[in-house]
Write a protein that binds this ligand. Structure first.
Ligand code: GAR
Length: 194
């Protein structure tokens, strides 16, 4: 009899281009990450990452936030959609929505996010520009558990880059993103205990 090991199930949430999602798909395809992506869900029906996930043969769906009259109603519908797949880990990968406490608590201890700064520095948006303007010598990305407060939960892993004199927000973002693409699969691996 053949024993099949049960792979931890991931649901990935995206809003846009999905390059972090692709790095997780690649890590699984390359045998570096022993997990299964059971669905990619977007709040934007036309997110470019959705067609990339489809091309990779992954189940996709969307819950369009514009169809809901409140943040609470959207989050409830999104939670319901995610629950269909019974994931071990819900992975926010460029998912650009503020989540309600109710949603965060529903997925407590299995909801993670990647943020483009060395948290607790530079929570929120425009992190690269703000790091340059603050005269930082170092910048980077963080994977953290999501808690009700924005960009505030316990850190799983971080990756660092030096800020160069010649950097602008675009060049810095590109170097941080390259780090993100290794960081996120590494962090997931750590959490699913491989
Ligand atoms: C990434 O840089 C990610 O860290 C950031 O959005 C980008 C998404 O890129 N996330 C946030 O700013 C979350 N607050 P991707 O769609 O190519 O993965």
């Amino acid at each position: 009899m053949v024993h099949q090991s049960v792979k931890p199930k991931l649901v990935i949430l995206i809003s846009g281009r999905g390059s972090n999602m692709l790095s997780i798909i690649k890590a699984i395809d390359d045998g570096e990450l022993n997990a299964s992506i059971v669905a990619v869900i977007s709040n934007r029906p036309h997110a470019p990452g959705i067609s990339l996930a489809q091309q990779a043969g992954i189940t996709t769906s969307f819950v369009d936030h514009e169809q809901f009259t409140s943040r609470e109603k959207f989050d409830q519908a999104l939670a319901k959609e995610i629950d269909l797949y019974q994931p071990d880990l819900v992975v926010l990968a460029g998912f650009m929505r503020i989540l309600t406490t109710e949603f965060v608590e529903h997925f407590a201890n299995r909801l993670i996010n990647i943020h483009p700064s060395l948290l607790p520095k530079f929570k929120g948006l425009n992190t690269h520009q703000r790091a340059i303007e603050a005269g930082e010598k170092e910048h980077g990305a963080s994977v953290h558990f999501v808690t009700p407060e924005l960009d505030d939960g316990p850190i799983v892993l971080q990756a660092r880059v030096n800020i160069l004199e010649t950097d602008d927000a675009t060049t810095l973002a590109a170097r941080v993103l390259e780090k993100e693409h290794k960081l996120y699969p590494d962090a997931i691996k750590l959490l699913i205990n491989q």
